[in-house]
Unconditional design. Sequence first.
Length: 671
Amino acid sequence: MGILISIFALLILLLITNIIAHYVTILPTALIQILVGVICALVIKDFTIEVETEWFLLLFIAPLLYNDGAHFPREELWKMRASILGNAIILVLLTTIVGGVFVHWMIPAIPLAAAFALAAILSPTDPVAVNGIAKRIHLPDQIMNLVRGESLINDASGLVAFNFAVLAVVTGYFSITNAAGNFLYMFIVGALLGVGLGLIINRLRYALRRRGLVDVVFHSLLQILTPFIIFFIAEEMFHASGVIAVVAAGIIYTIVKERTENFIAQEQVLTDNIWSIIAFILNGVIFLLLGLTLPTAMRSLLENEQISNWLLLGYVLALGFVVLGIRFVWSHSFNYFNYISSESITEKPTLKTSLITSLVGVRGTITMVGVLSIPLYTASNDLFPERSLIIFLAAGVILMTLIVATIFLPILSKDEANEQTTDLDLNGEKQRMILGAIQEIKSQQTVENTSIVYELLNEYTLMLHMLQSKNKNEEELRVYKEQLTVERLHCLVLERQYVEVYRKEHEVKPNILKSIEKSISVREKVIKSVGNRYIGQKLYQVLKNWKLGRLNEEELTRFLETEDAIQKFTFEKVLADLEERATASDQPEVLHSIIYYYNRLMNKKELPPKVEAVQSIMDEQKEILSLNAIEGQRKEISKMFEDGAINTEEAKELRRFVNYLESVVLYEYVE
């Protein structure tokens, strides 16, 4: 019963802290939650919750990192792979070695191995805390992607280094060869297990679905349990890194999801909503628990009269600045090396950017949970050397990095934020909203509403192109139009080829083939010509109608049916070619534009006669999809706000834009 009461209390505190954060915008949500946790621990003495490291990693870190891996853009992850791996592995090792040597030099009472353990557990960063700060300011996308990307891996590398250092203190033995071998084993096997188990679980889901088990709730629950299953198997059965395993599984889930979302849309919508709730709860509870544990961790040392509190504060400040300094030197050196060695990087790294990169390296829950897991005794039954001091220093550095980031990040990013807001005028954010609407429409696609889906997709794609054109200079627009022209002409070549394929397989009258060839030729001339496109198309249509009018009813019916059959065949083949190339392309925007064009042509061939009943059903479907697209845009606004891409005022402005679109949609369908 006590556990249930504690859980309910945490959830109530979570709601209260988010209400406070809504009004007290000067402080990040994470810091408010830590402060509330500290106050509760001081006021309610019996209100303490202790979670073992293994359970904490399983219950909190595994699902959160799985969700982060599933939502982190793979293109950015691959593009920044060198920076992410450098920060997640090399920087962790540098922090462990340099920081450990500094701690041992500053406080000789802490043995070198124990100092390495402290520095290692201080190396992982906490992106959740940074997100809370980023909600109020603009941080460069590259920096935010870097800290989120490295956090997918440095939790594992920091914990592995920490565990080896603690083991050296406890046993008095350390082998660099064994440590390096185990380090590589845990990373490589963890990644392989994540990929393999992720694929197995996804194949299991599809096998069950093929056998008739299509219950959406069942499959959503299986998806939610996936990170817990994978983490447990990796850690307990293979003694590999469960953290790396769940990150790899999350990335695999995204790849599979992108290829199947149209077929299991309802499940994806339900699963995404559940994950949003889980992430909200876990992220908040983590910092509440951190606040609850801080007084206990620091009380014994603060009450110790043999050591000055001012000296303890000095230790914390010195260690905190050294940890941030190591990150600063590494970031600036790495960026400068990339600048001088890569021709593609034209912007010289600045000290300001490196300083921002250093400050976003806030320490958080992994540090606190790890340091609290330090055993009381060594293998020889001696007390673990300076355990209380190590815990105090770790807790102090967590608070220091969070407070320093809260104070100085807004100052450093202020000018850049104002410049970015003025220059873009929320154009980039509106593009993200439109993309969110497109994603929502695609997720709702079924066999019955395909034509309506393509109609709405075309409308939103047109809006997207209009927004994109505002951010393109004349040269970029020229290149885009040239690529579009080349691809359209290539599609006409394919049409001619597939018409010939159809002719060889079916008996087609010459006048029908001539009409189709004339249609292709007219479109070809329209694409190549600069002006008079409208006149050329209309003239062709008039001549075609005049020729068709000379046929009798039976000949006309046969002519139109055969022409439709040939065009459907050619359009389907061209669409298949376009979609295959778009999937493999790094920049598929041009191909997607042409895909929507051919989908429109297909819809015209497949639409039933628009009698009143059919039209009413289609209008209702379009209204529902339009409103779902509006909700997709609202979700994207919330996500941008949570990620720190926009501030409160910008979120309000974007919501006004969405509300206007919603009013237009509702007005359109009022009878």
